[in-house]
Ligand binder design. Structure first.
Ligand code: UDP
Length: 320
C-alpha cells in the first residue's frame, strides 16, 4: 500500500508511520510541525519507503500531488490539546476545517479512501455517567468558551466526511479517539499523562486541575493503532463512525498518585483551581468513557495494554 499520513510527525501519526513501514508499506507524511516534531520521525529518514513533506495540508497543490501518489489517506493533521486550542483559537479552527475540506476534495478526485481522525471532544459535556455511544446527542457550551470550538470544528470535519460519502461515494471512515497516550506525546499542549510523568520524574509539583475527581479512560497508542488500521481496512466500516478507546476508568487524582508511585517521586500533589490553570476558555469534562460495542462488532478490537504497562513505556521514554 502507498499511504499518506497527514500530521505524520505528530504523536499518533509518527507511530502509525512506524507501524506501516514495518509491514512493508510506502509511507508519505505531510506535517507543518505546528505541534508535531521532526524528532518523532528522525529515525525514519534513511528508510527508502519513507517520504516526508514539511508543509500545510491547506496547500491545494501540495496535497494534490501527495494524494495522487497514494492509495489511502489517514487524515490526522489537526490542532491538538486543550492548551493549544485555547492559545491558538483561530489557527485551530481554520486548520481543522479548511484542512479537512482540502483533504477530502483532493481525495475525491480519484476516490481515495480517507480515514478521518476525530475526537471524543465531539460529545462535549454529555449528561450523566454513561459511556458515550457514537449516536448519542452532543452537549456543548456557549461559543464564548473556546474549548467548544474544537468540538465544533471536529464535528464539521465529520459532517464533511459523511456528506462526501453520501453524495459522492468517497469512501470515508471516522474514528473518534479517546485520550490516546504513549511515548512521544508531549505535555506542552495540556495532555495530562506526559505532564504528570515529567513532573514526577523531576520531583516538581504534580498539578491536578480542579478536585481531581474527573474521570478518563486512557488508550495505549499500540492498541489505538490496532483498532485504527483494522477499521481502515474493513470494507463495511466505510461511511461509519467509531469510538476508539479503552473502558478502564480512572480519576485524575488516582492517576496522579499512580504515576507518583511508579516513578518513586517525592513530588507534592498540588490542586490548582481551573481559573488559575487557564485564564479563560476552559471548561472541564467530568466524565469521558467510550462505549466500544460498535468497534468490537466490526473488527477484532481488544485493547491489550493495561494502564500500568502503558505508563511504564511512557516513563521509560521520558527517562531516556
Ligand atoms: N489535567 C490536570 N492537570 C494537568 C493537565 C490536565 O489535572 O496538568 C486534567 C484536565 O483538567 C482533565 C484531565 O486531566 O480533566 C485530562 O486532560 P487532557 O488535557 O489530557 O485530556 P482531555 O481533557 O481532553 O480529556
Amino acid at each position: 500500500m502507498r499511504v499518506l499520513i497527514t500530521g505524520g510527525a505528530g504523536f499518533i501519526g509518527s507511530h502509525l508511520a512506524d507501524r506501516l513501514l514495518a509491514r512493508g508499506d510506502e509511507v508519505y507524511v505531510i506535517d507543518n510541525l505546528s505541534t508535531g516534531s521532526f524528532s518523532n520521525i528522525n529515525h525514519l529518514e534513511d528508510n527508502p519507503r519513507f517520504h516526508v513533506t514539511i508543509d500545510t495540508v491547506q496547500d491545494q497543490k501540495v496535497m494534490k500531488n501527495l494524494v495522487a501518489q497514494c492509495d489511502v489517506i489517514y487524515h490526522l493533521a489537526a490542532a491538538v490539546g486543550v492548551q493549544y486550542v485555547i492559545d491558538n483559537p483561530l489557527e485551530s479552527l481554520i486548520n481543522n476545517i479548511r484542512g479537512t475540506e482540502i483533504v477530502l476534495e483532493q481525495a475525491n478526485v480519484e476516490k481515495k479512501k480517507v480515514i478521518l481522525a476525530s475526537s471524543s471532544e465531539i460529545y462535549g459535556k454529555k449528561n450523566g455517567n454513561v459511556p458515550f455511544r457514537e449516536d448519542d446527542d452532543r452537549i456543548l457550551g456557549p461559543t464564548t468558551v473556546i474549548r467548544w470550538s474544537y468540538s465544533t470544528s471536529k464535528s464539521v470535519d465529520e459532517l464533511l466526511a459523511l456528506a462526501y460519502w453520501r453524495e459522492k461515494k468517497l469512501p470515508t471512515v471516522i474514528v473518534r479517539f479517546f485520550n490516546v497516550i504513549g511515548p512521544r506525546q508531549t505535555g506542552r499542549y495540556g495532555m495530562v499523562v506526559p505532564r504528570f510523568v515529567k513532573q514526577s520524574l523531576l520531583n516538581h509539583p504534580v498539578t491536578i486541575y480542579g478536585d481531581g475527581e474527573q474521570r478518563r479512560c486512557f488508550t495505549d497508542i499500540d492498541d489505538a493503532l490496532d483498532g485504527l488500521i483494522a477499521l481502515a481496512e474493513h470494507p463495511s466500516a466505510v461511511g461509519e463512525i467509531f469510538n476508539l478507546g479503552s473502558n478502564f476508568e480512572i480519576s485524575i487524582k488516582d492517576l496522579a498518585h499512580k504515576i507518583k508511585t511508579m516513578t518513586e517521586s517525592s513530588s507534592p500533589i498540588k490542586f490548582i483551581p481551573y481559573e488559575e490553570a487557564f485564564a479563560n476558555g476552559y471548561e472541564d469534562l467530568h466524565y469521558r468513557v467510550p462505549n466500544l460495542d460498535k468497534i468490537k462488532s466490526f473488527v477484532n478490537y481488544n485493547p491489550k495494554f493495561n494502564l500500568d504497562a502503558t505508563i511504564r513505556k511512557i516513563i521509560a521514554y521520558h527517562e531516556a
